[in-house]
Write a protein that binds this ligand. Structure first.
Ligand code: FES
Ligand code: FE2
Length: 395
């Protein structure tokens, strides 16, 4: 007689093909991820258009630390720890803005846009000890950009950004890096879910079945094969896009007929690409508009997600309206797809939190068709390598 497996029995699958759900709920694993993953990978902070002019700054939280990105008078974008060298107050308390210099609100020490300590208030008090200002600049953070995307890395031992990205850049360097783009949409929300469940949702295509719009506009969702293939790259990065040829998004079928005008460089009017960078950035390009998802994990079951929309700088009003509609139709806070995804990942987190279902199955093998789980398996291989434990057995 066949015995039914309980929710705690291991699936009868290779260890690479399932996950222990405690990686999504456990507090100690969450803290370890901050240390072993978020401080040791290149983290996307903002698009360069968000620090467009000298003095423009933007703050971000990475692995629990506050970081300032600022464009200097020399046009270089630099990153600093947002902490005063006097007694460690945060020198910038706004999320973004424009400054001529930074004045710490506590005792008024001032710093230049290049991080140098320019002045201390009531300097006569430091004469007796000969305080050397040149040694007390803001503490820099490594920062590099690629295709308009600004990244930082908290660890000096990590490889340069371009090396970390590897060949996954093929999916986005032309549409994002050969024409000036700007952030035209920004919204954020705290999702009641684990950060990896949002990244999984952004990576796996099997769940296109969830979306009313995708069932209509993407023939492969209900069919068996697709001209789009998963791309599995080094370091846990993956993506999917078509190599020309066939239509990949049939907008007309969904009644979204003006979607394709003004396609970005290298993109077809009916093309969609998704690029998932390890550990937590998604770049989604829908013919003429780009969506970027950045995450700030707050706890095992809480994740702040920032959503950015990119459009072409200098669009006229008509073209911008087309891109805005195309973006918001699917990805706005009340768009076709985004609220459905949020429902799914919050429901997962609620059920996983009970501990009744111990394992998730990532076992689909379909020659890299979009609904293959190969990209998820590759992602968790990288997670396991960095965490020093198998995501299936936790050993
Ligand atoms: S902590 Fe910044 S000036 Fe004192
Ligand atoms: Fe989705």
């Amino acid at each position: 007689m066949v015995r039914l497996l309980t929710g705690h029995d291991k699936p009868q699958l290779p260890e690479t093909h399932y996950l222990d759900n405690r990686i999504f709920t456990d507090e100690a694993i969450f803290r370890e991820e901050q240390e072993r993953i978020f401080t040791k990978t290149w983290q996307f902070v903002c698009h360069e258009s968000e620090v467009d002019k000298p003095g423009d700054f933007r703050c971000a939280r990475i692995a629990g630390k506050s970081i300032i990105m600022v464009r200097g008078a020399d046009n270089v974008i630099r990153g600093f720890h947002n902490a005063c060298r006097h007694r460690a107050a945060e020198i910038v308390r706004d999320e973004s803005g424009t400054a001529r210099m930074f004045t710490c609100f506590y005792h008024h020490w001032t710093y230049g846009l290049d991080g140098r300590l320019r002045g201390v208030s009531k300097p006569e008090g430091y004469e007796a000890v000969n305080l050397d200002k040149s040694t007390l600049g803001l503490v820099p953070v490594r920062s590099e950009s690629f295709a308009g995307l600004v990244f930082v890395c908290l660890d000096d031992g990590v490889e340069p950004l371009r090396e970390f990205l590897g060949d996954i850049v093929k999916g986005f360097e032309e549409p994002l890096g050969t024409i000036p783009l700007e952030v035209f949409h920004f919204h954020k929300a705290v999702l009641k879910t684990n950060w990896k469940l949002w990244q999984d949702n952004n990576s796996e295509r099997y769940h296109a079945l969830l979306h009313v719009a995708n069932r209509k506009t993407m023939p492969w969702v209900l069919g068996k094969t697709s001209p789009m293939k998963l791309r599995i790259e080094a370091h846990g990065h993956s993506g999917y896009w078509a190599d020309g040829g066939e239509a990949v998004v049939d907008y007309a079928k969904g009644g979204y007929s003006d979607g394709a005008e003004g396609a970005l460089p290298g993109m077809r009017g009916d093309e969609m690409r998704v690029i998932n960078l390890f550990p937590d950035l998604m770049i989604n390009i829908r013919s003429n508009v780009v969506r970027l998802d950045r995450m700030v994990p707050l706890g095992p079951d809480r994740t702040l997600v920032e959503w950015r929309g990119l459009a072409v700088k200098g669009d006229d009003a008509r073209m911008r309206a087309i891109r805005t509609r195309q973006h918001n139709l699917f990805w706005g806070p009340t768009g076709r797809n985004l609220p459905e995804d949020v429902l799914a990942v919050e429901s997962q987190a609620r059920a996983m939190g009970t501990g009744d279902i111990r394992y998730s199955i990532i076992a689909r093998e379909e020659q890299l068709n979009p609904t293959d789980d190969a990209n998820i398996r590759s992602y968790y291989r990288e997670w396991g390598r960095r965490m020093g434990k198998s995501p299936a057995t936790l050993a």
